[in-house]
Design a binder for this molecule. Structure first.
Ligand code: GTP
Ligand code: MG
Length: 149
């Protein structure tokens, strides 16, 4: 079953949107397996976004992600990676559809409140990067038979 790394960025925490963001994934029916508030060191932010190292906005991106605590989450479910990206909306919040997190709650790419892994491989990679093994909890949601036939 798929897993994805979702993170409320520092602006999401500062703006009081943590509950709202967690709620979107929770209500959808995905399973939360990891959750923590965390001040990200520069090195980890650089490793997380290493594919963007050559971009002109990279230094600003690292400054943004390390500017305050983030909320790290691991979510599990069939098709969770692509579905979470849909729930989040496209990178630029002004272009993100209403009903998505970015479409409803943000106005600028450099303050787009939430991160979601872009592939199952990156979901695994990022969860291993941000969490230790003992921080991931396996459990069976009581609602499981009511979510899937
Ligand atoms: P993440 O879920 O955070 O990975 O966003 P994404 O997958 O929608 O976009 P991408 O991976 O291409 O970029 C990562 C993050 O870098 C974005 O979410 C933005 O916060 C930031 N970013 C991307 N493009 C720009 C840009 O042109 N300017 C600025 N200031 N930030 C950008
Ligand atoms: Mg990305």
């Amino acid at each position: 079953v798929q897993e994805t790394y979702i993170m409320v960025k520092p602006d999401g925490l500062q703006r009081g949107l943590v509950g709202e963001i967690i709620s979107r994934f929770e209500k959808k029916g995905f399973k939360l397996t990891g959750l923590k508030l965390f001040q990200c060191p520069k090195q980890l932010a650089e490793e997380h976004y290493k594919d963007l190292k050559a971009k002109p906005f990279f230094p600003k991106l690292i400054e943004y992600i390390t500017s305050g605590p983030v909320v790290c989450m691991a979510w599990e479910g069939v098709g969770v990676v692509a579905s979470a990206r849909k729930l989040i909306g496209v990178t630029n919040p002004l272009q993100a559809e209403p009903g998505t997190i970015r479409g409803d709650l943000a106005v600028q790419t450099g303050r787009n409140v939430v991160h979601g892994s872009d592939s199952p491989e990156n979901g695994k990679r990022e969860i291993a990067l941000w969490f230790t093994e003992d921080e991931i909890c396996q459990w069976t949601p009581a609602q499981a038979p009511w979510l899937r036939e």
